[in-house]
Design a binder for this molecule. Structure first.
Ligand code: SAM
Length: 236
């Protein structure tokens, strides 16, 4: 049972960190982490300034689990490189999570090849191209049976959605469970026909999100508003 007070306290800290996680998505991360037991390990790929890491870390602490945050802090306009790492460390320290979260300052694709620890929950929000995302899904080889995989931008990024079509819709390893906005939950188990139909049912929503992105690139925000999208940011 989720304690609303505990989540609200955690979100108060998480929401102070800039990033792209909504309160509904934070709730989904929080609940997934609370389903874990003592000693469990969460791997987060793509931490940025620590918005999702804070939520996962505080939930992990309450069940005796830990978080491994994987982020190479890529230099560049979008993600900010070293200053972003400094903010990440400051935000995690402010939340009192230095003993719960371990930072791996490395590319997920490189780290995966030498990784040998068991993973109980996998959260993927790193590089969003098809090749990196599908490689990140292979972290599930370390996942406990029936473990959960949470994927941000699952139905709003062309690279990630193509990966989901290839590996979830057409594959035999993952079942799509549900989503909060573009944060989707998958389980490591063999899918049936109904599971595949649920992925297909999200395709119109994915097409709508890509359409919104096109409108925003064309600076047609009023038209995007007609499709129910408010604000300057891509749907997530
Ligand atoms: C969308 S942000 C993550 C947002 C974060 N989860 C939050 O809640 O604010 C994507 C992050 O992925 C990182 N990244 C890019 N390529 C990566 C890779 N190959 N492995 C791990 N992280 C990567 C970037 O440095 C960036 O910080």
């Amino acid at each position: 049972m989720v304690s609303p007070t505990a989540f609200e306290q955690a979100w108060k800290l998480g929401d102070q960190v800039p990033g792209w996680l909504t309160v509904d998505q934070a709730t989904m991360l929080w609940r997934a982490a609370l389903r874990l037991g003592p000693g469990a390990r969460i791997v987060e790929i793509g931490s940025h300034q620590g918005r999702s890491t804070t939520v996962l870390g505080l939930a992990a602490r309450s069940v005796g689990a830990t978080v491994v945050a994987v982020d190479p802090f890529v230099e560049g306009r979008l993600f900010g490189g070293t200053p972003t790492r400094v903010s990440f460390e400051k935000n995690l320290a402010r939340a009192g999570l230095n003993d719960v979260v371990r930072l791996e300052d490395e590319y997920s694709t490189k780290l995966r090849k030498q990784w040998n620890e068991r993973v109980h929950l996998l959260y993927i929000d790193g590089k969003h191209d098809y090749w990196t995302f599908t490689d990140d899904m292979l972290w599930s080889e370390n996942l406990v049976p029936d473990g959960e995989i949470l994927v941000h931008d699952a139905f709003s990024s062309i690279g990630v959605t193509c990966g989901i079509i290839a590996k979830v819709l057409c594959g035999n390893r993952y079942v799509y469970v549900d989503r909060a906005g573009s944060l989707a939950r998958f389980r490591l188990t063999r899918p049936g026909r109904a599971d595949r139909r649920r992925v297909l049912a999200e395709m119109p929503w994915f097409v709508r999100n890509v359409w919104i992105k096109v409108l925003l690139r064309l600076r047609l925000r009023p038209v995007a508003r007609l499709f129910g999208h408010d604000g300057p940011y891509d749907p997530y």
